[in-house]
Design a protein around this ligand. Structure first.
Ligand SMILES: O=C(CO)COP(=O)(O)O
Length: 304
C-alpha cells in the first residue's frame, strides 16, 4: 500500500551557512524497515546574512551580437527564490547602456573601471556621474590587470581615490586585491592583501557598498585555481583584518568573493568554504557554465 508523503524539517549550521533538511518518506517502505526517509539538505542562508554575490567580468570581450546572446543567457538563469543571490555583469564601457537595457532588473551592471575625478577636460575618461546616468550600479576597481599591466599600472593610492569617489557618488565597488605568484612564493600574500586594503581604509570609512574580491594574480586566466583551502585561508585573514582595523560588524557583513579560474566544476567546493561569499568570474562568465556558478552556493553542501 502506498503511504502518504510525510515531510520533516530541521536546520543545522555548517560553517557560516544554514541548511534546511527535508526528510521525505519514500513512496514504498523498504521491507523489514520502519524508517524509510530520503533526505535533502538545502542551503538557505548565511548565518551572517551575507547574500551570495556572483560577478561576471567580461573584460575586453564582445560585440553587439555576442553580447546580446550573453545577455539572453544571463536572463535565463533562474535565481533561486529567497536565496538573495546577487548577480552583476561587467561589460566593456561602450556596451554598458546596451547591456543595462537587455538584462532583467534583478541583474546588476558594473563598469570595469572609472575615472578618478569628475566630469571635465579629461579626454578618453569615463566619470562616475556618467555611469550613474546609464543606470550602472557597480564598478570593479583595483583589478590586477589594471594594477599590473605596465601601460596601466594603477597604484594602491589611485585605486583608493577611485574607490572613494565611486562610493561617495553612490556606486557599489567590487574592490579587487591579490598577490602575484612571486609574492606568494616569497610568503607575502597576506601582507600584500592587507597593504592593498589599508590604502583604501585610509580614505574610505563606510564599507556598506563594498564587495572585496580576492583574486590571486597567478590564478587569473591561467586555469590554476586556488584550492578551497588556499582561498579560505586568505578570506579568513581578510575578514579578521576588517574586524581589527574597521569593526567586527563590518567584518561580519562584508562580502569577500573569490576570483581566478573559477568554472562550473570547481565552484561548488569553493562556495562551501566558510568565508567565500561568491565569485568574480572572468572567462567562464562568457559561457553557459556561468549559470552553474551562480547557483553554486545552493549546491555547495547539498546531500541528497
Ligand atoms: O580576473 C578575473 C575576474 O575578474 C578572473 O578571470 P578568470 O576567471 O578568467 O581566471
Amino acid at each position: 500500500m502506498q503511504q502518504s508523503p510525510m515531510f520533516v524539517t530541521n536546520t543545522t549550521l555548517l560553517g557560516n551557512k544554514h541548511f534546511l533538511h527535508i526528510f521525505h518518506r519514500k513512496p514504498f517502505p523498504v521491507r523489514g524497515t520502519k524508517r524509510c526517509f530520503n533526505s535533502t539538505s538545502v542551503f538557505f542562508m548565511s548565518a551572517s546574512n551575507r547574500h551570495f554575490f556572483v560577478g561576471g567580468n567580461w573584460k575586453c570581450n564582445g560585440s553587439k551580437k555576442s553580447i546580446r546572446e550573453l545577455a539572453d543567457l544571463v536572463n535565463g538563469i533562474q535565481l533561486e527564490p529567497n536565496s538573495g543571490t546577487q548577480v552583476v555583469c561587467a561589460p566593456p564601457f561602450p556596451y554598458l547602456d546596451f547591456v543595462r537595457s537587455l538584462l532583467k532588473k534583478e541583474v546588476g551592471v558594473a563598469a570595469q573601471n572609472c575615472w578618478i575625478h569628475g566630469n571635465g577636460a579629461y579626454t578618453g575618461e569615463v566619470s562616475v556621474d556618467m555611469l550613474l546616468d546609464l543606470g550602472v550600479e557597480w564598478v570593479i576597481l583595483g583589478h590586477s590587470e589594471r594594477r599590473h599591466i605596465p601601460e596601466l599600472h594603477e597604484s594602491d593610492e589611485t585605486i583608493a581615490q577611485k574607490t572613494k569617489r565611486a562610493l561617495d557618488s553612490g556606486l557599489g565597488v567590487i574592490l579587487c586585491i591579490g598577490e602575484l605568484l612571486q609574492e606568494r612564493e616569497e610568503g607575502k600574500t597576506l601582507d600584500v592583501c592587507k597593504r592593498q586594503l589599508g590604502a583604501v581604509a585610509k580614505v574610505v570609512k563606510d564599507w556598506e557598498k563594498v564587495v572585496v574580491a580576492y583574486e590571486p594574480v597567478w590564478a587569473i586566466g591561467t586555469g590554476k585555481v586556488a584550492t578551497p583551502e588556499q582561498a579560505q585561508e586568505v578570506h579568513a585573514v581578510v575578514r579578521k583584518w576588517f574586524s581589527e582595523t574597521v569593526s567586527p560588524q563590518v567584518a561580519d557583513k562584508i562580502r569577500i568573493i573569490y576570483g581566478g579560474s573559477v568554472n562550473g566544476q570547481n565552484c561548488n567546493l569553493l562556495a562551501g568554504q566558510k568565508d567565500i561569499d561568491g565569485f568574480l568570474v572572468g572567462g567562464a562568465s562568457l559561457k553557459p557554465e556561468f549559470a552553474n556558478i551562480v547557483s553554486s552556493h545552493s549546491h555547495s553542501q547539498t546531500r541528497v
